[in-house]
Design a protein around this ligand. Structure first.
Ligand code: GLV
Ligand code: MG
Length: 323
């Protein structure tokens, strides 16, 4: 297992999918405002194109130009014959310029541990810092969801748990072809709620990020906003983006609104002051018409953390009352 235990939390409001076999799309991705780019060796890369795509990806990572973006490669899942070559070629060739590997169709904690062990050996052989490369685990079928807590806890390398809706819908025989939208005939709730919440609970229990998967109707940006808005409201940290037209919507949806951000920063300042000697060492206090306490501070920390990570500035600043 890896030796790095405290991993840094990276912004992942928008996670841009780029086929590893397309030099043109890789070049274009460098200039786009995605928090994360993942170069795909799995489903967006045809089987016959995979060997060349590994080389294209290694060169693209080593050429650089990804400043400020989290650099991820999605390898093929362990049930295929491609995983070990994907991992070996990419990590040996570009491990110094790679932040995470994404493992699709994860079904058990052991599959995460197997990837951790393989990466560890490559890191040792190549002289990289052991544990530096993170793992993003995609949940795409019923067994994966059943084991999601163990998957989240399987290795300190795990940074995110990702919902893969297309494969998931297929794997449970959902009667729909439209990813992200409700299956026709199901009119009593949100068919994805249990899946999203299970992923979110596992992520929060083990201090990982929760990422929502793709929305395939790429021309329907309003549809993207609607679906992204649901997972953002639950507490997800970001969503996949398949087309540059979805990027702004993802970045906006997974950042707090300006008034919520200002409000959160004001709660933190006010609570800090009221609990201090000067503010009367109070555990609960009034901020305008609202009572704030330690739980308010925790909620405010979430919103302020997302806002600060997105580079937001305050428009409104609370000051202590005049004595
Ligand atoms: C993504 O990989 C999905 O299956 O939705
Ligand atoms: Mg998938």
């Amino acid at each position: 297992m890896s030796t790095v235990s405290a991993r840094k939390t990276r912004p992942r409001r928008s996670c841009l999918a780029v086929p590893g076999s397309s030099q043109k799309m890789i070049d274009k991705a460098r200039g786009l405002n995605a928090d994360q780019v993942f170069l795909d060796l799995e489903d967006a890369c045809a089987p016959l194109a995979k060997p060349d795509a590994r080389k294209t990806i290694v060169a693209a990572l080593n050429e650089g130009g990804w400043d400020g973006k989290t650099r991820v490669v999605r390898v093929n899942d362990w049930t295929t014959e491609w995983t070990y070559r994907d991992v070996t070629e990419v990590v040996e060739g570009a491990g110094a310029n790679l932040d995470c590997l994404m493992l699709p169709k994860v079904q058990t904690a052991e599959q995460v541990i197997a990837l951790d062990l393989l990466i560890t050996q490559i890191e040792k052989t190549m002289g990289y810092e052991v544990g530096k490369i993170g793992i993003e685990a995609q949940i795409e079928n019923a067994l994966g969801l059943t084991n999601v807590n163990a998957i989240a806890a399987a290795s300190p390398r795990v940074e995110t748990i990702i919902f893969g809706p297309a494969d998931f819908m297929a794997s449970i025989n959902m009667k729909s072809l439209v990813v992200g939208e409700q299956p026709p005939g199901y009119d009593v709730g949100d068919a994805y709620h249990h899946i999203l919440m299970s992923i979110l609970m596992a992520a929060r229990a083990y201090d990982k990020q929760a990422i929502d998967g793709p929305y395939l109707q790429i021309k329907d940006v309003d549809g993207f906003r609607r679906v992204a808005g649901r997972s953002a409201a639950l507490g997800f940290d970001g969503k996949w983006v398949l087309h540059p037209g979805q990027l702004d919507a993802a970045n906006e949806t997974f950042s707090p609104g300006q008034s919520d951000y200002d409000h959160a920063e004001n709660i933190l300042d006010a609570y800090d002051w009221y609990t201090s000697e000067a503010g009367g060492k109070r555990g609960a206090a009034m901020l305008g018409d609202e009572m704030i306490d330690e739980a308010s501070r925790k909620m405010a920390l979430v919103i302020s953390g997302k806002g600060r990570a997105a580079g937001m500035q305050r428009n409104d600043k609370w000051s202590p009352p005049e004595s």
